[in-house]
Design a protein. Structure first.
Length: 328
């Protein structure tokens, strides 16, 4: 009798275990917990090497910075070979965005401000290009303008790919974060500065963005409100008042610039909100179409990863609305 009961118990346990295993196999996978593979399509900015690199000896590498949620949080340091990493949407909407991640002009943050935002925009039809730009303190001859060389060259190459990739060359936006926001602002106001000598047909294309998004951007080189780290890197070779003025986008605003969308958190302790306030005031004074959203809470460097439950969670939809209103 006991043997029968034991066998029956074992049989039931086995059946239940088998059912549980099948249920586990059939359960849908939580795709939000899986990091998609990196894209493989890359466009080199400078086929024969970036200009002014004779005195550069640093070596580029990617480092994992760690993330509390266990997500990838990589950064590239000492960029030697500037490039665009391409994200193609399944259903192109006819517009493109060049993303410029931050990193204090010491690194390029890959995931949080580059790849994650590119995937979000991809889902809405935007063809995206993440820009890996050079650091001004690495010995490049152009110093603080080395990143601007890469940004100008980058947007021209994006336009050169428009017909092939299914978007319009006159529907190209840029979106920069933190120090990348400074580079985006610098490109917005100095798109026509002769930052480098043309090397091919792509350099005959305009570098003026059709729309700019500045996310918690570094803007001013005024020590009172500047991000000290970015200022130090940009002005390493030349901290003269004239150079500092040239690299302060709020001082370079003029009429006829493309529309500008801005986002900042009032509690940002890394890059004071005054940077965005001064930029917006300068744009308004020159009648440049502009929209600024200052949120009570959000801190710095939130991207898409750190917005849950905070007022700044609204920014992606606000950007999309602004972009569509202005033809993107």
């Amino acid at each position: 009798m006991l043997n029968r009961r034991g066998a029956l118990a074992a049989f039931v346990t086995g059946v239940l275990g088998s059912l549980a295993a099948r249920k586990a196999e059939a359960a849908p996978v939580d795709k939000s917990q899986i990091t998609p593979p990196d894209p493989t399509e890359v466009i080199a900015l400078w086929p024969d090497g970036a200009p002014g690199g004779e005195g550069v000896s640093v070596e580029e590498k990617i480092v994992e910075r760690g993330d509390a949620k266990g997500l990838k949080d990589r950064a590239q340091v000492h960029t030697r070979k500037p490039k665009l990493v391409v994200f193609r949407p399944r259903k192109p909407n006819g517009a493109a965005v060049m993303l410029i991640p931050g990193g204090g002009y010491e690194r390029v943050v890959l995931d949080k401000e580059g790849y994650e935002t590119a995937r979000w925009l991809n889902a809405r039809g935007y063809t995206c290009f993440v820009l890996f730009y050079r650091m001004p303190g690495d010995g490049w001859a152009a110093g603080g303008d080395a990143p601007l060389q890469d940004a100008q060259r980058g947007i021209r190459l994006v336009r050169a790919k428009a017909a092939e990739m299914g978007f319009a060359a006159d529907r190209v936006a840029i979106m920069g974060f933190s120090a990348g926001g400074h580079l985006a602002a610098n490109l917005t106001v100095r798109f026509d500065a002769p930052a480098y000598a043309p090397i091919d047909a792509a350099d005959q294309l305009p570098a003026k963005p059709n729309l700019s998004a500045l996310m918690y951007p570094v803007i001013s080189m005024d020590p009172a409100i500047a991000h000290a780290g970015s200022r130090k890197q940009l002005l390493t070779a030349d901290a003269s008042p004239g150079h500092a003025l040239e690299l302060s986008p709020e001082k370079q605003v003029r009429e006829g610039l493309s529309p500008v969308f801005q986002v900042h958190a009032a509690d940002d302790k890394t890059v004071p909100v005054e940077n965005s306030l001064m930029m917006f005031a300068a744009l308004k004074a020159k009648a440049v179409p502009a929209e600024l959203h200052v949120f009570e809470e959000g801190g710095h460097g939130f991207g898409l990863r750190f917005v849950t439950g905070k007022p700044v969670a609204a920014w992606p939809t606000l950007f999309e609305t602004f972009a569509k209103r202005h033809g993107l």
